[in-house]
Design a protein. Structure first.
Lengths: 290, 425, 318
């Protein structure tokens, strides 16, 4: 039992968890507020990555500085998708919404293919190779930064929802849309903003992750599936759940890679998912369904 | 309360008329036109989907080859017949692959070439066997594709084998790699002991890894595979896998990657400061392409990989590679484009000798092939054995030197001397 | 015979006569229309009528396919029987998933995720299990021998696929007419109310799941012996589950003709958009069109094409 290996596995898993958390926060917001399952989540993230790549290659902007622009662009996309598409079928049966987002996912993935080609890309950033050594263990600085940003973003989002007026209205509309309508909230606008924020989060995630993860148009699907895994385990609609869920899933996969064959590490997260679905579907931090 | 099925009052005549019209469009052959003789070849690759990059390379390679054949006068034995390529896209899906094979044959394809991924290729086998269309597999590694057909013919369940492959089979990749490893270590005068095999856990990776391990078991070389680390493809994170490799104290890391995983693996090896004599791959994509070099830069320097490669000592190859660089916006003429290019020439050569497009005559000619003008590195002329494979299709050890992939082993193919062990950073 | 019955018989006769005038390519297109309609119809039982959305039905296809392929390769068992074994194994998996999902009260999106998780687990296990070929998968030798569930003539496959589609449709029609169908529809509308009325929703949902997964498993054998190779990513993967689900949803989930109509709309659409829009640097554009069409259908024909068509014709009849 190589303790260094286990220790490194834990550390790497924890830090990479920041990446996962960042992906999941946007998704949980969208689902928590509107009960919309954003199947285009992974593909939106891939677009965030490509936008960061464009900024880096055309404008020389480092993704760690440029991610707010990506967030803004994805905000607009999310807002448009909600306002233009999802809102029209807000009363339709569940399958319709899933199918709609699947269609959006298809469009996004293949638009990226037409625009950027199929090759995997990666963004160059100064931070990419920096490492800090703690004895025999190493810390990947890029991942540390992403972890930090994920934490900050989650806290910022939480403060936004808890303290600001718009945030409160979003929470009200999510808890009780009819009631919110009654008191005069423009529910449609609130939903659009919420979707936009969720998309902005995932756009920022994509930008921040673009130096770490190679990305290609076909990668959206697995990112979506991973995000859903995290959000269910952590608890739909809970920011804390998304954050902790991301860390947990990453840790589980990392330890799975240490002790089992690494090619089976996804098995660990799916098994965890099933256990959570059966015994605590609200997830670790989600509200229990009444 | 029952809800009886209420059938729509569809005007039956409209339905039937529509169906007949559709059938006419789909069913009747294209109108004959008086024109110069033409041989139609169906060229089917995954030009969209996850394998779009190699698929598009294959299509471009085939296109350029057909243009070259036509510019040189076409198939003289058939009255100067030009090659006309009918393209198909498998989208890397077996059902689409089968449908595309049927479609190009319906549009008049008399021969078929394709299709890169083994699933789609296997789905096309029954089509060509049913329709009697000679099928040259330009790239696909799974051994059973040809072996199964050979077996069916031997056992009398099929009359003629229409499927032939001009590409190293999955099992031969691995065996050759083991030989190259030992030869290179000997030539360099060093004796690395510990090799860690790391591979992407998809069809190509698993197959190549199995082949490598089988070759290793058979050859019993002076070095040892001390750990085998597969990862799910495509991976999001390889830090733990590399930590595991490091814990095995390797002298050599032998990676089998895809472009995406290579972009994660190589920087990770550097970041974790894994002290090794070199990175020597048993053969995989991701370690030499222009796109990969642009992204990975120094991380790829001195990396070796045993891949099917073009013979750059041949001036013809250099010319074609230059053209390819221009037409593909900067890509290297490599395995994919190269084998598709050679595939068209092998077909043209068979047509010249068959002097006809009759399927059985063409198959006879293919079986007797001895084509020595290929652009790829072969261990002899292109020939086909009883299974339908080309035993002379081999791999070459290439190394990234000066940010360019160069053939370094075996000696007769080498353009430069290899650098091993790699210099300390 | 009533007019609708006559129309149905006429349609079947037309379909049966088509292969004699169609090219092999067109026959192949129809084979896939029928095959995916069959899988969609099987899904329709639990996803459309019972309203339990499963996005993991590929697991049943894969299980049935691998089972019959392995039984044929190792024991020489003819796939005509192997398909029943495959179907039974798929039904067992369906029963497990159903039991876990329904006993633990998973509904809606949570049930969807459970099915996805199981399909992904099947995929990863198959990918890593040497005995079933791992990532390389299984390759089936083409012999053209009917005893091996293979045919030298493409048109025979057409009739098999057509028969599968008709059988599944017949089963769904029978379910629709009986009380079983009523219960399923009631459960889909309001499961809580059903339970309050004392209906054993668990039993009916389980039954729907088992029948659906059995039929899907049988379909897996057709897949294996028409495409001749099984790879975990293709046969257990999410894209296949999506193909299965899309047809009934676009055509009309919970209706007898929905999956068939959906298949007749989507398959030719995919064909046309791939053939005409997949050239050179525009590769991928056809999938964009596919996605846009999907969005449009969802926005403007949410119940599916079939109920919308029915309403349109009813209005015209007035």
């Amino acid at each position: 039992m190589d303790l260094t290996l286990v220790g490194q596995g834990l550390l790497s898993g924890l830090l990479f968890g920041g990446v996962y958390s960042l992906m999941a926060v946007g998704l949980t917001l969208i689902f928590g507020v509107m009960r919309v399952v954003n199947f285009a989540h992974g593909d939106m993230m891939v677009w965030g990555m490509y936008l960061a790549w464009l900024l880096a290659t055309r404008a020389g902007l480092d993704p760690y500085l440029g991610f707010p622009l990506c967030a803004l662009a994805l905000f607009a996309l999310g807002w448009a998708v909600q306002r233009g598409l999802v809102h029209r079928i807000v009363d339709a049966p569940h399958e319709m919404q899933i199918l709609l987002m699947l269609g959006v996912a298809l469009v996004l993935e293949n638009a990226a293919l037409v625009a950027f080609g199929p090759d995997p890309q990666r963004v160059r950033s100064e931070l990419r190779s920096a490492t800090v050594w703690l004895g025999p263990l190493f810390v990947d600085v890029a991942r540390l930064v992403t972890f930090g940003v994920a934490l900050t973003l989650t806290v910022a989002l939480w403060l936004f929802l808890a303290r600001t007026d718009l945030g409160r209205r979003i929470r009200a509309a999510s808890d009780n849309p009819y009631g919110a309508l009654v008191i005069g909230t423009d529910v449609a606008r609130v939903y659009a903003v919420a979707f936009g924020i969720g998309a902005a989060c995932v756009g920022a995630a994509g930008a921040l992750v673009s130096p770490i993860l190679p990305f290609q148009p076909a990668g959206g699907l697995s990112l979506s599936v991973a995000s859903f895994n995290i959000v269910i385990i952590g608890g739909m609609g809970s920011l804390l759940g998304a954050f902790v869920g991301g860390l947990l899933v990453s840790l589980a996969e990392s330890l799975g890679a240490v002790f089992l064959a690494p090619s089976m590490k996804e098995l660990v997260s799916f098994s965890l998912l099933i256990v959570i679905l059966l015994f605590r579907p609200a997830g670790l931090f989600g509200k229990r369904a009444t | 309360m029952t809800d009886r099925i209420r059938w729509p009052k569809l005007p039956r005549r409209a339905v039937l008329k529509g169906a007949a019209a559709g059938a006419a469009v789909l069913g009747f052959p294209l109108p004959l036109r008086a024109q110069a003789p033409v041989v139609k070849i169906g060229v089917v690759h995954p030009v969209t989907g996850p394998l779009a990059e190699p698929g598009q390379a294959c299509r471009l390679g085939a296109t350029m080859a057909a243009e070259a054949v036509n510019a040189a006068g076409g198939i003289k034995a058939l009255g100067g017949a030009k090659l006309e390529l009918i393209f198909g896209d498998t989208q890397t899906k077996p059902d689409v692959g089968r449908t595309e094979a049927e479609r190009v044959i319906n549009q008049g394809a008399q021969l078929l070439m394709g299709s890169f991924d083994s699933g789609s290729t296997a789905a096309m086998v029954p089509v060509v066997q049913q329709r009697r269309v000679p099928f040259l597999v330009d790239i696909a590694a799974a051994d059973p594709i040809t072996a199964n057909v050979a077996k069916a013919v031997k056992e009398g369940q099929q009359k003629v084998q229409y499927v032939y492959r001009n590409f190293p089979t999955g099992s031969s990749f691995g065996a050759k790699a083991v030989t190259y490893f030992s030869e290179i270590f000997k030539e360099a005068g060093v004796a690395p002991k510990r090799v860690v095999l790391m591979y992407c856990n998809d069809l190509f990776g698993q197959n190549a890894a199995k082949g490598f391990q089988a070759g290793y078991a058979a050859a019993k070389p002076g070095w040892e595979i001390v750990d085998v680390i597969p990862w799910p493809e495509p991976p999001q994170d390889l830090s733990t896998e590399v930590s595991r490799a490091k814990a095995a104290k390797p002298d050599i890391i032998a990676p089998i990657t895809r472009p995406a995983s290579a972009q994660l693996l190589l920087p990770e090896i550097r970041k974790q400061r894994v002290e090794i004599m070199g990175i020597v791959g048993p053969g995989s994509p991701g370690l030499y392409e222009a796109g990969q070099l642009a992204v990975l830069k120094d991380d790829l320097e001195y990396v070796m990989s045993a891949v099917p490669w073009a013979n750059f000592k041949n001036p013809r190859t250099q010319k074609v590679a230059e053209d390819y660089l221009k037409r593909s916006n900067g890509k290297t003429f490599d395995t994919n484009s190269g084998y598709s290019y050679d595939g068209i020439f092998v077909i043209a050569d068979a047509l010249e000798r068959a002097k006809s497009v009759d399927p059985d005559a063409v198959v006879d000619a293919i079986k007797k092939t001895s084509y020595g003008a290929g652009l790829m590195q072969y261990a002899g002329p292109v020939v086909f054995n009883e299974i339908g494979d080309n035993p002379n299709a081999v791999t070459t050890m290439i190394q990234i030197l000066g940010q360019k992939p160069v053939a370094v082993w075996p000696k007769e193919a080498a353009l430069q001397k290899f650098v091993f062990p790699r210099p300390k950073r | 015979m009533t007019a609708p019955r006559l129309a149905a018989v006429a349609a079947v006769l037309v379909l049966a006569a088509l292969p004699s005038v169609l090219s092999s390519y067109a026959v192949t297109v129809f084979i896939f229309i029928f095959f995916y309609a069959y899988l969609g119809q099987a899904w329709n039982i639990v996803g459309g009528y019972a309203g339990q959305l499963s996005a993991g039905h590929a697991a049943f296809v894969g299980l049935g396919a691998y089972a019959s392929a392995m039984l044929s390769a190792r024991l020489g068992l003819t796939p005509w029987i192997g398909m029943l074994v495959g179907g039974a194994l798929a039904a067992a998996l369906g029963a497990l998933i159903g039991f876990l999902g329904f006993r633990f009260g998973l509904r809606g999106f949570y049930f969807v995720l459970l099915t996805v998780a199981f399909a992904e687990i099947c995929r990863i296990v198959a990918l890593n299990t040497e005995a079933v070929g791992g990532a390389l998968g299984l390759y089936i030798t083409f012999t053209g021998d009917p005893r091996h569930f293979q045919f030298q003539d493409n048109r025979m496959y057409y009739y098999v696929a057509l028969a599968l589609m008709l059988v599944a449709t017949g089963i769904v029609a029978a379910i629709e007419r009986r009380r079983f169908g009523e219960y399923l529809k009631a459960i889909r509308e309001d499961e809580n109310a059903c339970e309050a009325l004392g209906v054993n929703t668990f039993k009916y949902k389980m039954l729907a799941m088992v029948v659906s997964s059995f039929l899907t498993g049988v379909g897996g054998t057709f897949y294996a012996y028409y495409l001749f190779s099984l790879q975990p990513n293709a046969v257990f993967g999410i894209p296949l589950s999506v193909e299965i689900v899309i047809r009934p949803i676009v055509g009309g989930a919970g209706t007898v003709l929905g999956p068939i109509l959906g298949s007749f709309i989507l398959s030719p659409l995919g064909e046309v958009s791939r053939v005409y829009l997949s050239q050179g640097s525009w590769s991928g554009l056809h999938l964009v069109v596919y996605g846009v069409l999907l969005v449009l259908v969802v926005l403007f024909l949410p119940e599916g094409a079939y109920p919308a068509a029915r309403r349109l014709l009813a209005r015209r009849a007035r």
